[in-house]
Every structure is written in structure tokens, then in C-alpha cells.
Design a protein around this ligand. Structure first.
Ligand code: SF4
Ligand code: SF4
Length: 268
């Protein structure tokens, strides 16, 4: 277990590690600066169940971020990206999603519970950063902010992509080499001068069109992701949303996720 303190006189970071959570006397104390803050946040996230941790320098995307979320969101130069891999056995049931038990389990575990786990990690990281003098803003794991563009206040996929954790697929999902799109994400924006963990990785969709072919409402155009091109070129979010409304009107629990289920990069 890692714990973290700051010496208010010297501003040095103290990392402490213990195998015995009950006894302070067993803590091994390490002194350090920003490089240890990076390491601490990574270890802390994984201790609390994160499978992915990355830091992105998002200053080059400032205009895009401002257009989506406004000046208060665009002021931050760094984004910490945290991801949790979804449980395969739940995703693999999606072809049976019209069975109520499958739909309930999917919505509960891949939305409610994972979002809660992500939000708790983000909140704790926000507190650690604040205690150490770094302004930060945890973004909710899943919260639509603009009903017109059907998007959140900040794109978690953008942060994960710029941190080098995956590429944006033809499905507009963040595709990781380790688990394809079977990951949910959250972000903590911050002024802490953390070291970026990577750069956007090369798009590896290739000739694959599995997500395009599987979508029941043909929401994807099949165009690959290109920087500076609007999402609408690749994805008609209104088609997807309408499909969910139709399911709801028919008395079903609205669940799809076939673009997650059928991505070849996530299938084991
Ligand atoms: S969730 Fe379903 S309807 Fe929506 S884009 Fe993915 S495959 Fe298409
Ligand atoms: S299904 Fe294929 S084209 Fe779609 S995101 Fe996955 S790898 Fe890319």
C-alpha cells in the first residue's frame, strides 16, 4: 500500500509504502519530487483497480477542448487518463442483450459500477494533487453535457489517445492493444507538471470493418480517424441514440454495445 505526504517547509514529496496497513511504524519512507509524484499516482491508481494509467500533454488540443467544454476545461495543460478493462464474460453476452438479465447485468457492471470505481479513483487523485498545490479537475466517467452534439464536457478518449494508450478506431472508440475497446475511461485535468507517458499511437484498424458491419443502424461511415476532422465524418451519434429510444419505447432495457463486442482487437 502506498501513501503520500508533503513536507510543507521544503515542498518535498514523501512516498511511503507499507505491507501492514495498521502500523505506521512499518512504513518505508522515500523522498522525492515530481518524478515520484508521477510514479505515486500510477501506483495509487493501480492499487485501486485501474488497468491503464497515462499522462497526456493536451496543450496542442486546447482549441478543440475549448470548443467542446469551454475556457474552464481548456485551461489545463495535462490530463491523467485512467482506464478499467470490462469483464469479458459480460461483454460476450451482448448478442443476447434482449434478455432482461443480460441487459441488467451489462448496464449495472459496465456502466454503474465501473463508472463509480473510476470516479472514486479520479476523486482521490484530485485530492492528492490539490493537497500538493496542483489545481486539478476530475471529469465524471460518464456524463453527457451537450444533448445536441451528444458528447461530454471533455473527451476521455482524447486524453487516453494523447497519453499513448490506444488509437481512435473506425467505431470512434478508443482501441487499446491490450483489450481493444473493452475499457472504460476517466480523466483528471491538472496543472501539475507531470511527465507525458506517450504520444498518440498508430491507427491499427487496417482493412477491418467489423464495427461498421455489425452496427444495426449503420451509424459508422467506415472512415478512419483523422485529426482535425469532425466526428460526424465517421459517426452519426443520433442514429445510435434513436436506436436506444426505439428499444426503450418497445419496453426493452436499451442496450447495444455490438461495436464493442465485435471489435477484433478486443475478442480473446
Ligand atoms: S452501440 Fe450499437 S447502435 Fe450504437 S454505434 Fe455501437 S453498434 Fe451502433
Ligand atoms: S472493429 Fe475493426 S475497424 Fe472497428 S475499431 Fe475495431 S479494429 Fe477498428
Amino acid at each position: 500500500m502506498w501513501m503520500f505526504f508533503t513536507n510543507t517547509t521544503t515542498s518535498a514529496y514523501y512516498m511511503v509504502k507499507s505491507n501492514d496497513k495498521k502500523s505506521l511504524s512499518s512504513y518505508e519512507i522515500v523522498f522525492g519530487g515530481m518524478n515520484l509524484l508521477d510514479k505515486l499516482l500510477d501506483e495509487f491508481s493501480r492499487e485501486y483497480g485501474a488497468d491503464f494509467f497515462g499522462v497526456a500533454d493536451i496543450s496542442s488540443a486546447k482549441d478543440f477542448i475549448r470548443d467542446q467544454g469551454g475556457d474552464e476545461i481548456a485551461e489545463y495543460p495535462r490530463a491523467i487518463s485512467i482506464g478499467i478493462i470490462l469483464v469479458d464474460s459480460i461483454i460476450d453476452q451482448l448478442p443476447m442483450r434482449f434478455e432482461r438479465s443480460v441487459a441488467v447485468n451489462y448496464r449495472h457492471h459496465t456502466y454503474n459500477i465501473i463508472n463509480l470505481r473510476l470516479d472514486l479513483i479520479a476523486s482521490r487523485i484530485g485530492s492528492i494533487l490539490q493537497k500538493n498545490g496542483h489545481k486539478s479537475l476530475p471529469i465524471p466517467a460518464s456524463e453527457r453535457y451537450d444533448n445536441e452534439c451528444i458528447c461530454a464536457v471533455f473527451s476521455h478518449k482524447l486524453a487516453a489517445n494523447m497519453a499513448g494508450l490506444g488509437w481512435i478506431g473506425k467505431s470512434c472508440l478508443l482501441i487499446t492493444p491490450e483489450a481493444g475497446p473493452r475499457v472504460r475511461w476517466t480523466t483528471i485535468l491538472t496543472h501539475a507538471p507531470l511527465k507525458p507517458t506517450g504520444k498518440p499511437i498508430e491507427n491499427n484498424c487496417g482493412e477491418c470493418t467489423d464495427c461498421v458491419d455489425t452496427c444495426p443502424v449503420s451509424a459508422f461511415s467506415g472512415e478512419p480517424f483523422r485529426v482535425n476532422e469532425n466526428r460526424e465524418v465517421r459517426y452519426d451519434a443520433k442514429k445510435c441514440e434513436k436506436y436506444f429510444e426505439i428499444m426503450e419505447d418497445a419496453g426493452k432495457i436499451p442496450v447495444c454495445g455490438l461495436c464493442i463486442y465485435n471489435c477484433s482487437k478486443g475478442i480473446k
